[in-house]
Design a protein around this ligand. Sequence first.
Ligand code: NAD
Length: 499
Amino acid sequence: MSAQLDVKPGLDIETRLFIGGDFVDAVEGGRIPVINPHDNSLIAEVAEARAADIDRAVEAARRAFPAWKRMAASERGRLLGKLADAIEADGENLAYLESIDTGHPLRDTRGLDVPRTIVTFRYFAGLADKIDGRVAPADPGFFNYVTREPVGVVGQIVPWNFPLMFTSWKLGPALAAGNTVVMKPAELTPLTTLRVAQLVARVGIPPGVVNIVPGYGNTAGQYLAEHPGVDKIAFTGSTLTGQKIVQASAGNLKRVQLELGGKGANIVFDDASIDAAVGGSAFAIFHNQGQACIAGSRLLVHEKIADEFLYKFLALARSIRIGNPLDPATEMGPLTSPGHRDRVLRYIDVAKQQGSTILTGGNAPTDPALQAGCYIEPTVVTANPDDRVCQEEVFGPFVSITRFRDDEEVIRMANSTQYGLGGGLWTRDLQRAHRVASAIRSGMVWVNTYKRVSPASPFGGVGQSGYGRDLGPESIHEYTFAKSVVMNIDAQVPPYYKR
Ligand code: NAD
């Protein structure tokens, strides 16, 4: 039985756990309330997975693994392609659910989240039968080949900022490479993941290959990370939780992949196209209300052009249309939860206490229609590189502005945090672009653009931003291990023990 949501006529989604190809109730019967951050109304209650449910899901994934691994890779690819098609056909529903669950404006869920999810599944559908090995040099008379084997049962724990897109980032490479999965979506935003589970069943991906278990982090998540039946944990979330995952994984030494926080430096040089940099920098921080690990949350602007840049940037920030995510004209929705909204507001206070000037924003919008929701105005503040708001991830529509004098100084500033995920630079000077891109310590750098993410390109960080890579052929290595097979084909080997 599926639960009828009172949100869109005719749209029903499953609110139960997806285990072994069936939607099932949680053993202990707990429920998680799912809230619309536009007005804090209750959208639905989904089943809450606890230990016994995680056990069931891991067992189902374990049972499904041998056949999924043995299946022709082209067939696994075909099924992933069918899933992409099903997501495309269901795109309007998914966009709608993502908007009411996360607060992303419909124009983004329709224009970015859904299309990116589709192309990512298509990319991994195509990659499934292109995972090859190599022949290693061997002594005469020997033959040595190296293949990539799936890791086994993979636990995947994801956050609430891009839940639909993360189904493709995580399931895509894991399934293409022949693993089976137990995915725990964030407790705040399980709706689109459960909808994808319905599509997984509909396109004929065998039971147990994908299991979806919404639950809380410190119960279901922790238990999954500790589980001896899980061979790998792929985690996206905060650095603090990533550290807990590493500790929880120690029992059976499972493999761990961590996509963690960031504090993206976005550098505007004095030779940049100012208009391009203004628009791109606004997208870098305000898209998805700044709730992005790669957000350009530290704007470093050359002192020569800082006044002109700021004049235009502040005008743009003030003009962003804030509103109900379901209004197609809305450019910025609410933050995803009241708790997170309060956290961002506290950071605005921290900025003030540390001497920042609030150049624009800093409050909830005054529009009466938005008072019940988790809204915050686009906020721009001045700050120094050592200030807490330049060092800690705020994860909101909040950007610090720091002026710099020359390339060496700005490279130092860019590299002055514990993170190393994404960053950008705006310049017309080709040599400078290469030199600075090389000097920035991060997994991704964008030049004269920002947040261009492609399924074909590795995504991940260094330092406290974690290790391992989502996306690209690199992600296949994360979900496989190298197996070396050495054969004696005609070598005469002297006996080791003469008798
Ligand atoms: P979070 O770490 O609180 O939660 C992420 C997930 O981990 C959720 O599913 C949560 O239930 C689970 N979790 C929480 N405690 C756990 C525990 N002890 N054991 C196992 N699982 C646990 O993060 P969040 O607040 O949901 O997400 C925001 C964070 O995610 C930000 O720091 C952001 O930078 C990061 N993020 C990183 C990337 C990336 O690719 N690097 C992408 C998006 C978001």
